[in-house]
Design a protein around this ligand. Structure first.
Ligand code: PEP
Ligand code: MN
Length: 328
């Protein structure tokens, strides 16, 4: 294989290793003038199982001709793929450890093993609560372990946050696991994407940018994959429009099947940031419940939902927090 590439200076190989439960797969991406490649010649090389010709767009995350690569990944004992379904209900932002514990206890009563907890909050107003940051991590991780939570979705807005999370997880004795969230405001923060992609320990949930095209957002997910992290989930969280009322953002869950068709990534929906409140239909069913069902029926593999045991105490997004008696 090495001889093959050294004889072709116009093509540079990039190696990715994917470890599953059963075996480890090495993928070699050929970058450069690939028209010069003879597919049958590579197929004949020792150790080659399969050669897939990929298009230029979404080379790693995309679906391609004759592409039977398995989608999904397992992290901390939880499997994520285009057939799985997980609810990540939890606090938009960590406020007090008492509220964290109450939320986690209720999640455990509902047999939930995943949650969301924001420690680093990107806020429009610089005077708004910015999250407790690294100092809340030890308490949150210890409590998550106590209540059997295997994965916490947690937003990061700077690469230093990734290091802080990894350190606190290790100090907790890996009491739980963290899925890094790249929020909608950072979808095109390319240096953050590269940092989240370079580390391969933690999976990454990347949200669609609220004011850019789907193609631009999928390319952002490709940044993560290109750096070597293949544990990626793509999240639709609705678009900003000037239309606003009746909802905070404009729901784009009709794109769930589109993302499933274009890529092999599991798809998440975030109905909370779409609706932004507790309006309901004449039968008393909340708009956010309708929206969640629409996303799930369209094929979503995960839902990220804001809940709070005492919504009046929530320091971020209190109007959209669901009440814990609505969890079931
Ligand atoms: C969040 O999930 O708390 C959040 C800030 O989401 P978004 O980036 O979609 O606004
Ligand atoms: Mn929020």
């Amino acid at each position: 294989m090495i001889n093959y590439f050294s004889a072709r200076p116009g093509i540079s190989p990039k190696v990715h290793t994917i470890s599953g439960t059963g075996r480890t797969l090495t993928e070699i991406y050929c970058l450069g003038d690939t028209n010069a490649i003879d597919q049958t010649e590579i197929e004949a090389l020792p150790g080659v199982e399969k050669v897939v010709s990929v298009s230029r767009s979404y080379a790693v995350i995309g679906r391609h001709n004759d592409d039977t690569r398995k989608d999904g990944f397992t992290y901390n004992g939880v499997k994520f793929d285009q057939s799985s379904l997980h609810l990540f209900a939890g606090l938009c932002a960590v406020d007090t450890l008492e509220n964290v514990e109450e939320m986690l206890r209720i999640l455990q009563e509902h047999n939930q093993n995943c949650t969301r907890m924001g420690a680093y909050k990107p806020r429009s107003n610089p005077y708004s609560f910015q999250g407790h940051g690294a100092k809340c991590l030890p308490g949150v991780f210890e409590l998550a372990g106590k209540y059997g939570i295997q994965v916490i979705a947690m937003e990061v807005t700077h690469d230093s946050h990734i290091a802080e999370i990894v350190k606190a997880l290790e100090q907790s004795g890996l009491a739980t696991g963290v899925m890094l969230e790249i929020g909608t405001r950072n979808t095109q923060n390319f240096e953050l994407l590269k940092a989240a992609g370079r580390q391969k320990k933690l999976p990454v949930l990347i949200k669609r940018g609220f004011g850019v095209t789907l193609d631009e957002s999928l390319n952002a997910a490709e940044y993560l994959a290109r750096e070597g992290n293949h544990k990626i989930i793509f999240c639709l969280r609705e678009m900003k429009t000037n239309l606003r009322d009746p909802h905070r953002n404009f729901v784009d869950f009709s794109h769930v099947p589109v993302v499933r068709r274009l890529t092999h990534l599991p798809v998440c929906i975030d109905p909370s940031h779409a609706i932004g409140g507790r309006d309901q239909d004449p039968l008393g069913i909340l708009d956010v419940m309708h929206t969640t069902s629409q996303g799930l029926i369209a094929g979503a593999n995960m839902a990220l939902v804001d809940f709070h045991p005492h919504p009046d105490q929530a320091l971020v997004d209190s109007p959209q927090a669901l009440h814990v008696n609505e969890l079931s």
